[in-house]
Design a protein around this ligand. Sequence first.
Ligand code: HEM
Ligand SMILES: *[C@@H]1O[C@H](CO)[C@@H](O)[C@H](O)[C@H]1NC(C)=O
Ligand SMILES: *[C@@H]1O[C@H](CO)[C@@H](O)[C@H](O)[C@H]1NC(C)=O
Ligand SMILES: *[C@@H]1O[C@H](CO)[C@@H](O)[C@H](O)[C@H]1NC(C)=O
Length: 602
Amino acid sequence: MKPVVLLAAGLALLAMSVQAKTNKPVNPCCSFPCQNRGVCLNGREPGTYTCDCENLPFYGKHCETPYFWTRVALWFKPSPETLHQLLVSENLKWLWNIVNNVRFLHDWMIRRVYLTRAEILDTPPLYETMHAYPTIAATTNHSVYARCLPPVPLDCPTPMGVKGKEKLPDVDLLLKTFFTREKFRPDPQGSSVLMTFFAQHFTHMFFKTAYKDNPGSTWSGHGVDMTSIYGSNVTDEHRLRSFKDGKLKLQILNNEEFPMYSKDAPVYMTYPSAVPQESRFALGHPFFGLLPGLFLFQTIWMREHNRVCDILREDHPDWDDERLFQTGKLITLGQTIKIVVEDYVQHLASYYVYVAFKPEVLFGYPFQYSNKIVVEFNHLYHWHPLMPDSFNISGNIVEMKDYIFRSDLVVKHGTAAMTDSLSRQRAGHMSHHNHGAVTMHVLRDTILQGREMRFQSFNNYRARFNLKPYASFEELTGEKKMAAELERLYGDVDAVEMYVGMLLEKRRKRALFGSTIVDMGAPFSVKGLLANPLCSPLYWRPSTFGGERGFDIVKSATLKKLFCNNIKGKCPLVSFRVPEYVEGDVEEATNFDFRPPPRDEL
Ligand code: HEM
Ligand SMILES: *[C@@H]1O[C@H](CO)[C@@H](O)[C@H](O)[C@H]1NC(C)=O
Ligand SMILES: *[C@@H]1O[C@H](CO)[C@@H](O)[C@H](O)[C@H]1NC(C)=O
Ligand SMILES: *[C@@H]1O[C@H](CO)[C@@H](O)[C@H](O)[C@H]1NC(C)=O
């Protein structure tokens, strides 16, 4: 026989054996054929499917074709990359200055930001973590996280659908190759560790995984509800309250006001048994004894609540404890959102446009005041590389292992010195090779939980958030060495896992993060803040806050005031950016000297 015939016969045999092995055709939804939020639905015959494009601005077999007006709109719409470049461009500072100073232009701009970010999300949510298809539980069951993309179907040939290898890389190999910190790399945007603790304190209010059940279960209230300060339920809240003048219980230590010890206010806390009594405080979240920075925020917010209650009582001498407490809580909630938007998000975005908190610009526009926490948002917010390996408290260097569960350090050094030191110390870069020893196990769990929940690929998440999927590993990392190693492990750029991709992705100009964390995180963040009931038209008025004075406290809140109003004596430095920061003072991540671990170690 001629070789060609032999080859053909061989191929036919091979095809037959594949057919015999798999027996039925591959589930076509495994290749994620539907675009632009179309839904893949399997047909009655195996191997068939349809894309449901109903009610979308796209049509076609794969929802790939925009309707005329969508096409026109897309034509004018800048890509997320272009938009970012415009907003951080030095050359356009003059333009953003005008926008910042002309009321109607600024309102228009802010409204565009709120609406375009929020409309990317499913509201109400379609998916939750217990099912692979839409359920009503996505809205009604508060014990499960919502989910942005459904899981990779169970019957797919590879863990990411059809792309990549049959097995994902060994997790410990990933940690060793890409994530372990050798030398601390500072954040190129100059963030302080005060910012880091703010992030952790604020987000743990709604990222509350019930790990003992399942990585998709939660005990969250699904929004900014202030449980991080007041306790996660009414039982604990009562233990933290003094029941006098609306105030929270406090004790004086070293001439300063602090939360109570656990023994005196027995809220549920998770302290390891070795933690001595003087470090065991009763806090709003069972986990907040972990780090002195969290304890500092708890202390300052407790003082602020009590300060606000005094002001309310002046205006309303007839109000009882309950009303003072509840109204005080609404005010601190409003202040939190204001500070998160105008100090924190503004810092993270570093746009030249002033990112403002103006709930009123949405009145009369289609916007839903409801929120559900999404599990991918939780994963995206695992910002452990921000943590340094030691802390400098007014010249005293405290190693991380001696810092954990040491709330007493805040009492000892005082809130002023603590705030000052945290504002002067630089946070780490949220990037590869920058996980400190104490958080390696959290990273490991995060990657494994992503696998357990069968998260779709990093590139599928990019597509979902209107970002161009990366065509190659080099395009993803922006360099060659890590890209080569990543390719060896994953085989296909479309098979990279979500969290891994987010950390290895090249960074943008003037940015702590890569584009995926920003463009995926911003919608959840905007929605979570602006969809708070407090931002709705009937809440957002003076009477909600006990009158004009309370409303003004909310509308004029700043991070600096929060601390300065509650620390006796000279106000320390209060800043999310270290004072000596100069733009471009540290090397970008792409210049990192990457050496893959020796082969025999793998
Ligand atoms: C030294 C500092 C930190 C330590 C030791 C630490 C430790 C931990 C631990 C043990 C968990 C639970 C993970 C698990 O059981 O699988 C966790 C979860 C988490 N951490 Fe950290 N963390 C630190 C700092 C931060 C910071 C600065 C952020 C920034 C926002 C952050 C964000 C998160 C988030 C979002 C979760 C998920 C929480 C949940 O779903 O319940 N962490 N961390
Ligand atoms: C919510 O979902 C979880 C997990 O599926 C289930 O155990 C629980 O009973 C549900 N709760 C309600 C109120 O339906
Ligand atoms: C209140 O929350 C704590 C956890 O923070 C929990 O241990 C306790 O059982 C809860 N109590 C009620 C009544 O739900
Ligand atoms: C610690 O902070 C002090 C300022 O409070 C500074 O003078 C000193 O250089 C810092 N030490 C280190 C090792 O960063």
